[in-house]
Design a binder for this molecule. Structure first.
Ligand SMILES: [Zn+2]
Length: 424
């Protein structure tokens, strides 16, 4: 790694020194020292890459393991909820059956009550017939009226038979009533216990669902944190590629600036007319008017997030949000460092600018389409892509970064573009 940095440093110093040598108002020595400054910035950055990436990686791993814990807790809750739902269904079914049983018992009670009513009528009829036949007003009269002992025995037997029959009927009535009352009491007890169980289960189910909702919230917040961590973190390889490309782009951007200065008037005219659009369709929202000066607004829309802050993470850019088809334009003349898809930035373009001898880098992230490739020279206001929602993004917006100097993974040269780049 050290060897590659040294080789790279020498190559850059030699390569860029010749270019800077031609910038008006600067001596060769000043240009070399300025270049060395740029070089040191990139060198510092490289020595810090690994620890930065390690830190971000360990944060992401912690967040991932926390998410795994929450997910397994949610799985447990899901099983518990499934279980209560099964039990609720079971109890509900039993309650339905018990209620049907109660209805059946009520019908049976009605039948038995009818029967009792009929038997009562029967007994009354019999009592009445005894009275109507005379002499058999009551059992005692019957017995007292016997004419002989054998007559008495006959009468006594008859009375006993009748009394037994009456008693049997009464016993049967009572037995029927008791049985029904017992049945009903038991079933009603079953019902109330079932209903209590059901209420408990529903209560438990509600509690479990509330717990799950809490876990959902926790998981969402962990995911957010992971996204933030990702946004500040890239694969080492990806970063190295950006760095390498950046060097070439810086050289090209400086050369372009020199040429632009030589052909000032003619070039300025061409710049304002260079909004060439790449035929992005008819429904597209127009790109903002190209401003005079070095910078122009990169996209039309509203500012949905400013520079700095945003929770505990840092936001090293400005977000511009807007509706369907929104062109993204280069904020200044420059050279495309990289145009590629990143898992964090989504479709993104890095542009290197050299403005009055100062290197700037702009980043346009989360695009749905890219119109320019790595190494392309772009003009201020030239359409370079379409606003989108790719990568670690929630909702369509342009994430725009401005770096005074090279882009670095730790974004140490990121500055608030407000007051420099026209913004909505
Ligand atoms: Zn952003």
């Amino acid at each position: 790694m050290n060897k590659s940095i040294i080789t790279f440093a020498i190559a850059a110093t030699v390569g860029m020194g010749t270019i800077f040598g031609g910038v008006p108002g600067k001596t060769e020595a000043e240009s070399i020292s300025s270049l060395k400054g740029e070089q040191n910035k990139i060198h510092d950055k490289r020595t810090n890459i690994q620890s930065g990436i390690n830190q971000a990686n360990s944060k992401i791993n912690t967040l991932k393991s926390q998410q795994a814990d929450v997910k397994s807790e949610m799985k447990r809750l899901d099983f518990a909820i499934d279980d209560t739902i099964t039990k609720i269904d079971d109890k509900s079914e039993k309650i339905k059956n018990t209620k049907a049983e109660i209805t059946k018992l009520q019908a049976e009670t009605k039948v038995i009550q009818e029967r009792i009513k009929k038997r009562n009528v029967l007994l009354k009829d019999r009592a009445r017939s005894y009275q109507e036949n005379g002499g058999m007003v009551n059992y005692l009269d019957v017995l007292m009226g016997s004419t002989s002992f054998s007559d008495f025995i006959d009468r006594a037997n008859a009375v006993a038979t009748i009394m037994q029959a009456d008693q049997d009927i009464i016993k049967q009535h009572e037995a029927d009533k008791v049985e029904l009352a017992q049945k009903q009491a038991k079933v009603e007890k079953d019902l109330s216990s079932l209903e209590k169980m059901l209420a408990d289960l529903k209560n438990m189910n509600q509690q479990l669902n509330e717990q799950k909702k809490e876990k959902d919230k926790l998981l969402a917040s962990l995911k957010d944190q992971e996204e933030e961590a990702h946004e500040g973190m890239m694969e080492l390889q990806e970063e190295e590629q950006i760095l390498a490309a950046q060097e070439a782009a810086i050289k090209q951007a400086i050369q372009n600036e020199k040429e632009a200065q030589r052909r000032a008037a003619e070039e300025a005219k061409r710049n304002t007319n260079s909004n060439n659009g790449n035929n992005s369709g008819s429904q597209s929202i127009p790109a903002p008017n190209v401003s005079g000066g070095s910078w122009t607004q990169p996209a039309a829309g509203y500012r949905s997030s400013g520079f700095g802050g945003r929770g505990d993470g840092n936001h090293y850019g400005v977000d511009i949000a807007n509706g369907t088809k929104v062109p993204i334009v280069a904020a200044a003349n420059g050279v495309v460092i990289r145009s590629y898809y990143s898992s964090t930035y989504g479709n993104c373009i890095f542009v290197s600018h050299s403005i009055n001898g100062q290197v700037y880098t702009t980043v346009y992230a989360h695009m749905t389409q890219r119109y320019v490739g790595s190494g392309a020279s772009v003009k201020k206001g030239q359409k370079i892509g379409l606003m989108g929602n790719t990568g670690a993004s929630r909702g369509q917006h342009l994430h725009f970064e401005l770096h005074k100097g090279p882009w670095t993974q730790d974004k140490r040269y990121a500055i608030n573009p407000v007051g420099i780049v026209p913004l909505p």
